[in-house]
Design a binder for this molecule. Structure first.
Ligand code: DAH
Length: 346
């Protein structure tokens, strides 16, 4: 066996096992085997000395070895060039999947804003069930047994007892029911906000819906006065709608407050000059309020001679309409992504 054959054989095994860790190592391999003074180039020098009858076969083996080496080195080079290209293109510090953020619902944005404003003057949040009994929604709040709000027209009944209204189970028609839940489970001083969804049996239109949202406020302590109520509401109106907002309180009636009032704010759309939203009056009603009726305090086990309190309740949809000028109530519950996406930055 010629020495050249042995050399070819030995190199072929080496070439098959060639590996490299980076592009520089690949280049070093190329120089080692294929450069002018490389190991394979040297074999070609040796080849010049082999006998004629071996030339054909050894020539073929040598060429094959050279080609295989070239291929192997090209392959290794490609691997690292690929890694390099990938690294140039991609920012490896980024999260693998971009997280698509949803948008907060406009009613939730406004609800949170209301809670935030009142939390600065000491209010905390209390919640209650949507399926309620008659006592929490009506009886404890001083509604007479024959009060029209209990009527089938307004209230969705889950269970209706035709002889005894106090046995009724229903969907709450207002969040005032949570007042009762708080007053029967906590001792004054009480200062809570009760946000939640309420239900009424109304035909659905741009201006009415069978469910909507309210935020109720309740403050019970010694010496709470109507002036405290007015002060808290004025603070709220200015925080919510701007410092130049004016409020006015009009006498009203609710079974659970005495005296009762409705609060208007100067229309923030026309700045009080009169527009379609405020029907030309320059004022828009945003909530009902009053001093908690002593009957309600007593029904909940609070001594009405020692304690007084104020309460208020507002519709979140109405406040949202004023803030964002949404003209059709139905948009709030249709889940139309084109509507909801407009609140992306809020
Ligand atoms: N519960 C009333 C409604 O649904 C709103 C309301 C008015 C709540 C006066 C109150 C209040 O707490 O004092 O229309």
């Amino acid at each position: 066996m010629s020495t050249l054959r042995e050399h070819i054989e030995a190199l072929r095994n080496q070439i098959e096992a060639l590996t490299a860790n980076n592009a520089e190592e690949v280049e070093a391999l190329r120089i080692r085997f294929l450069s002018k003074k490389g190991e394979i180039t040297n074999l070609f020098n040796e080849f010049k000395t082999v006998s004629n009858d071996e030339k054909r076969e050894l020539g073929q083996l040598l060429n094959q070895l050279k080609n295989n080496t070239q291929e192997r080195i090209n392959h290794l080079r490609d691997t690292f060039a690929g890694v390099q290209r990938q690294a140039d293109k991609e920012d490896l510090t980024r999260t693998p999947e971009p997280i698509a953020l949803g948008t907060r619902h406009p009613l939730m944005i406004v609800r949170n804003e209301i809670i935030d404003i009142f939390s600065h003057i000491g209010f905390t949040v209390a919640e209650g069930p949507e399926v309620e009994d008659d006592w929490h929604v009506f009886s404890s709040l001083n509604f007479a047994p024959e009060h029209p709000a209990r009527d089938m027209q307004d209230t969705f009944f889950i269970e209706k007892d035709h002889d005894d209204v106090t046995k009724d189970v229903l969907l709450r028609t207002h969040t005032s029911s949570v007042q009762t839940r708080v007053m029967t489970s906590q001792k004054p001083p009480i200062r809570v906000l009760c946000p939640g969804r309420v239900y009424r049996n109304e035909a659905i239109s741009a201006r009415a819906h069978c469910f909507f949202h309210q935020v109720e406020g309740l403050y019970v302590d010694k010496n709470v006065s109507f002036a405290d109520l007015k002060q808290a509401l004025m603070y709220f109106a200015k925080e919510m709608f701007g410092d130049d907002t004016k409020i006015r309180l009009r006498p009203s009636y609710f079974p659970f407050t005495e005296p009762s009032a409705e609060m208007d704010i100067s229309c923030n759309i026309c700045r009080g000059e009169g527009c379609a939203f405020c029907k030309g009056s320059g004022w828009v009603e945003i909530l009902g309020c009053g001093m908690v009726d002593p009957n309600v305090l007593e029904a909940c086990g609070i001594d009405s001679k020692e304690y007084t309190g104020y309460a208020f309740g507002m519709g979140v949809e109405r406040i949202t309409n004023l803030k964002y000028r949404v003209k059709d109530l139905r948009l709030f519950s249709e889940n139309d992504i084109r509507f909801l996406q407009q609140f992306q930055s809020c």
